[in-house]
Design a protein around this ligand. Structure first.
Ligand SMILES: NC(=O)c1ccc[n+]([C@@H]2O[C@H](COP(=O)([O-])OP(=O)(O)OC[C@H]3O[C@@H](n4cnc5c(N)ncnc54)[C@H](OP(=O)(O)O)[C@@H]3O)[C@@H](O)[C@H]2O)c1
Length: 276
């Protein structure tokens, strides 16, 4: 009895995963959750090798294998080289998580001010990286594989947070691409979905100016996130690992929001009217 519940707990045993931007923040939470569930994890990073090695050590503490792989996902040739290292080390792939952030703080700019360079930078690290990434991993991926991209629901569906314009447009593109890739890869049992993380602690949010961080986090805690707290990388890792389970094989092409209920709140009605 004990043994079978342990096996259930490690439902991704024998699977091979690649997480882009797996060294820090949400990507680290995803890498660690997949490792906890038994998957071997390739941890991609761009410049923070120490963080990637630290994540690898934590993957290994969870009894899983892994390795780190430096690649800038904005560069198609570097994506190709990352995937060939995965082929060399793992020989196969079951889970591809498109998570890397890109230089968000460099391309945050309102719609009427964003430069062509900023627009391209956002596109190269998001929609184009996913376009190239899926095409590169497709051959290596075994049947019944899982592809997950990380998105942000208010960015892809709303328009109020103006500096998020280039990123939000790309997040919308990622979600659309999931639907097309889902149909294209369905004959092989490969599912393709987007998880929209809500505002998450221990992530890019913690690199914003202190005042902005505090304003955002206290807003969420005030009730605009019904669960009363920001998300954690572990929360998002849990959502991704759930989609990677064998039993989730019928869910494909979907955009799933994991935000503690934040997207359920109405901006048109005072918060006090929305409290339970
Ligand atoms: N934070 C949130 O509240 C939130 C909410 C919704 C969605 N998201 C999404 O979640 C994802 C992760 O964001 P985060 O907040 O966790 O970011 P983060 O803590 O700043 O971590 C960024 C990760 O991406 C890697 N990276 C950045 N640019 C890269 C590139 N060009 N090529 C390869 N790797 C690159 C970084 O590697 P190094 O360690 O080497 O720098 C790091 O591992 C993003 O897609 C973001 O849009 C975040």
């Amino acid at each position: 009895m004990k043994e079978s519940s342990t096996n259930e707990h490690r439902h991704l045993q024998g699977k091979f995963a690649l997480v882009t931007g797996g060294s820090r923040g949400i990507g680290r939470g995803i890498a660690l959750k997949l490792a906890e569930k038994g998957a071997a994890v390739a941890i991609n990073y761009i410049q923070d090798e120490a963080a990637a090695l630290d994540t690898l050590a934590k993957v290994q503490e969870r009894g899983a294998e892994g390795f780190i792989v430096r690649a800038d996902v904005s560069q198609p040739d570097e994506i190709a080289s990352m995937v060939s290292q995965v082929r060399e080390k793992f020989g196969a792939l079951d889970i591809f998580v498109n998570n890397a952030l890109g230089n968000l703080l460099g391309f945050m700019s309102p719609p009427m001010q964003v430069t062509l360079e900023q627009w391209d930078e956002a596109f190269h690290s998001q929609a184009r990286a996913f376009f190239v990434g899926v095409r590169e991993v497709a051959d290596l991926m075994r049947d019944d594989g899982r592809i997950v991209t990380i998105s942000y629901w208010p960015g892809s569906h709303l328009g109020g947070f103006l500096p998020y314009f280039a990123m939000g447009s790309n997040k919308a593109a990622l979600e659309a691409m999931c639907r097309y890739y889902a149909v294209a890869l369905a004959p092989r049992g490969i599912t393709v979905n987007a998880i929209c993380a809500g505002i998450t602690d221990d992530s890019i949010v913690n690199r914003l100016p202190q005042e902005a961080q505090e304003a955002m986090l206290s807003w969420l805690r005030s009730g605009w996130t019904p669960m009363g707290r920001p998300g954690t990388p572990t929360d998002i890792g849990g959502a991704v690992a759930t989609l990677c389970a064998e039993d989730a094989g019928w869910i494909t092409g979907q955009t799933i929001v994991a935000d503690g209920g934040a997207s359920l709140m109405s901006p048109e009605v005072p918060l006090d009217f929305q409290r339970p």
